[in-house]
Design a protein around this ligand. Structure first.
Ligand code: PXG
Length: 443
């Protein structure tokens, strides 16, 4: 421990999320500061952030403009009720977010997280079909290995077995799943979108036959599935899903909690792929993760249909959160979107992505590497499972990289990379060189 180490707090009371609590508390790893591309650890070390926090700090850490906007707003109007009252920044933030969405998705509902955005999107889909007098459209189609947060709606349409298993008896009814698109035998080491796998979208057609289109409300997928190990959509796959949804009147929901706000080099993955879904879920990068906020962008026709179905003086959608469009979160959003625009960070991500791809794939022959997948400023390196439990080797790599000054993520046996969009080419090298050295060093 260096001389500027900070004493460790008592760790007993906190029940940590998605963490092996006993393992962590036996050897805590604390972050106490951040700036730009770097974190500072409790023992005074600077660590390069290879994961943008949890895929969310797209403009880099502790941006003064965002901090000032938050401070100013906290002094001026700390909180305003969002039910039957409004405040200007809520409307301004909605307009600004809408401008970044594909044409037509210009109605914005604010939440506080990605999980809430997903549950909100599912409710809006159901409300829409009710409003257009097809209330029997109640089913949703998700996808294996999909991650849509941790609400009951999200884990029901999600396809990560561990997140569902303890709750299987309580999941939302009427959900079916598409197969996931990862096939290492067919598509190992694909650069960008794999050529193999578009036909997997036709499974949706099969599910439509099975359940009948008239019972299905919508389909929800991550355009690029991040949390379950960086699953890049095969070329043509999303286009086919889109066409099948359109043919049968199913709402297509893109969960862009990770992919929106520049991760793939465009404002949204929808824009990147040239597709317009019906609903997009947002969070994380929406305000550079400076304060919790999520949002759902919907096509105007969906909003109009739900609104027009109610009496003019009635609440149209019985849904919302105490903190929907919290003034401080809205102020942070405006400041973050200004930075994205001023610094052209989405374009920057786009122009860095060939370099990022090349640096990731340079590890192709490193020990234990089974597959490498990438798109935009996202990469996944899947390792051969270690001799211990699944994920034990990836955990060891994560720990050793942290010791070497680079923070990465891992999920199962896959290492995941998603640096802030301000990353410099030399830092991209540093991230992957550190992983390469680490892989050489472990047994
Ligand atoms: N949808 C998607 C696509 C996500 O990636 C959520 C919904 C839920 O968001 P909230 O804000 O409720 O957590 C997410 C969250 C990881 C990791 O390392 C990914 C997420 C969260 C934490 C860790 O893969 N994604």
């Amino acid at each position: 421990m260096s001389s500027n180490a900070i004493p460790l707090p008592d760790t007993d009371s906190l029940w940590m999320p998605f963490t092996a609590n006993r393992q962590f508390k036996a050897a805590p790893r604390l972050l106490v500061g951040a700036s730009g591309m770097y974190y500072t650890t409790h023992d005074g070390r600077r660590v390069l952030d290879g994961s943008a926090g949890l895929w969310c700090v797209n403009a880099g850490h502790c941006r003064p403009e965002i901090a000032e906007a938050i401070a100013r707003q906290s002094r001026e109007l700390d909180y305003a009720p969002g039910f039957q009252m409004g405040h200007p920044l809520a409307f301004e933030a909605a307009s600004r977010v809408a401008r970044l969405m594909p044409a037509g998705l210009d109605r914005i509902f604010f939440t506080n997280s990605g999980s809430e955005s997903v549950d909100t999107a599912l409710k809006i889909a159901l409300a829409y079909h009710r409003a257009r007098r097809e209330p029997q459209r109640i089913r949703f189609i998700g996808r294996e290995r999909g991650y849509h947060g941790v609400g009951f709606g999200g884990i029901s349409v999600g396809g990560i077995a561990a997140n569902r298993k303890p709750f299987t008896a309580n999941l939302m009814p009427g959900v079916d799943h598409l197969p996931h698109t990862l096939n290492i035998a067919e598509a190992a080491f694909s650069r960008g979108q794999p050529a193999w796998g578009a036909h997997l979208a036709d499974e949706l057609e099969r599910l439509v036959v099975l359940h009948d289109a008239s019972t299905i409300a919508g389909v929800i997928v991550e355009p690029l599935s991040a949390s379950a190990g960086v699953l890049v959509p095969p070329r043509g796959y999303l286009e086919r899903l889109h066409a099948i949804c359109a043919r049968h009147g199913l709402l297509l929901i893109f969960d862009e909690v990770i992919t929106a706000f520049g991760r793939l080099g465009a404002a949204t993955a929808s824009e990147y792929f040239g597709l317009t879904p019906d609903i997009i879920t947002l969070a994380k990068g929406i305000n550079n993760a400076a304060i919790p906020l999520g949002a759902v962008a919907v096509k105007r026709v969906i909003y109009d249909t739900v609104i027009d179905a109610a009496n003019p003086d009635s609440i149209e959608l019985f849904h919302g959160y105490t903190y929907s469009a919290h003034p401080v979160a809205a102020a942070a959003t405006l400041a973050a979107l200004d930075i994205y625009q001023r610094e052209r960070l989405f374009e920057r991500a786009n122009s860095l992505s060939p370099k990022f791809e090349q640096a990731a794939h340079a590890l192709r022959n490193a020990p234990h590497v089974r597959d490498i997948r990438n798109l935009g400023l996202v990469a996944g390196i899947e390792l051969e499972p270690g001799p211990g439990r699944p994920g034990s080797r990836a955990y060891e790599v994560f720990l050793r990289c942290l010791e070497r000054g680079v923070l990465i993520r891992y999920t199962g046996d896959t290492l995941a990379f998603s640096p802030p969009l301000i990353v410099e080419p030399a830092q991209i090298e540093q991230i992957f060189d550190t992983v390469a050295e680490t892989l050489q060093s472990i047994g």
